[in-house]
Design a protein around this ligand. Sequence first.
Ligand code: AMP
Ligand code: MG
Length: 325
Amino acid sequence: MTASTHDIEKAAGVLRAGGLVALPTETVYGLGANAEDPVAVARIFQTKGRPPSHPLIVHIADAEHLDDWVETVPAAARLLADHFWPGPLTLVLRRGRRVPLEATGGLETVAVRVPDHPVARALLTAFGGGITAPSANRFGSVSPTTADHVRAELGDAVDFVLDGGPCQVGVESTIVDVTNETPSILRPGGVTREDLEAVLGFPLAVPSTSRVRVPGQHPSHYAPRARVVLVEPEKVVTEAELAQELGHQVGVLLPPSFAGATVKAHALVALPGSMDAYARGLYGFLRELDERGCDLIVAALPVEEGLGLAIANRLLRAAGPRPPA
Ligand code: AMP
Ligand code: MG
């Protein structure tokens, strides 16, 4: 199951040779390449089908190395790095010279984080450089939270898959832009807004995808094959049964308030009560409902507090309009 020292050495060799390694982190599995090798970085975009203008995150072994990758480290960035690294927080800073523009989507800023996963950190240490990695899935689809998810979705397109067991956080990192005087959250994730604000001592702006209560205004991302429909929590069962009657194969993410209810639908996932467990399971639940043949998934948005903010953001994006097939 979990990668051996031999596997780590092999993965480091693949990175040195310009190859791609899928690696476990505490958030989701990443598709990694040597951050300083523009050709290897370009392969990430090809493999994912990701537009080259979408920047990647540079993963580093230790907060002490941050200065090597960025132009300057403002006080707020240092404070957040000291407090939350290793952990699911990504900081956007001014790009250092060693970061190729291929990794930043042509931007003069770079996203950096120290992952909190023993296998990821062992690989970073063995490799000795930065690993640039987006999530190890095709562009727009559900992020992988197990090595099997990666193998099923990317297969031979990856040179080596390091298995580190199931991801413990389960949603991507929180991205905070610290290039301006006032830091702002670009994407909610594994570190909560409340925890960031407690350390910074002032409130942070929240991204629009989380505030928009009506889905469909942002193109879909983090999306399963099945269409995702979001309704009020108390309407989940009635909406699911109606859609099933209309001929859909309906999958339901059933809120804990309905625990034990019988629902006339194709497939059911009983959601856990804790937000930690919900975040950890979210992408696996969506994949499971796809695998069970659902064409429609009915879910409710959780309260946007703590990890609920990141979960709501991912569900809203999953429910967004699909690109033409
Ligand atoms: P992924 O988690 O696969 O979507 O990959 C990385 C995320 O980091 C994307 O949402 C990017 O938009 C974001 N990101 C990376 N670099 C930057 C940057 N320089 N400025 C803003 N966002 C960034
Ligand atoms: Mg992604």
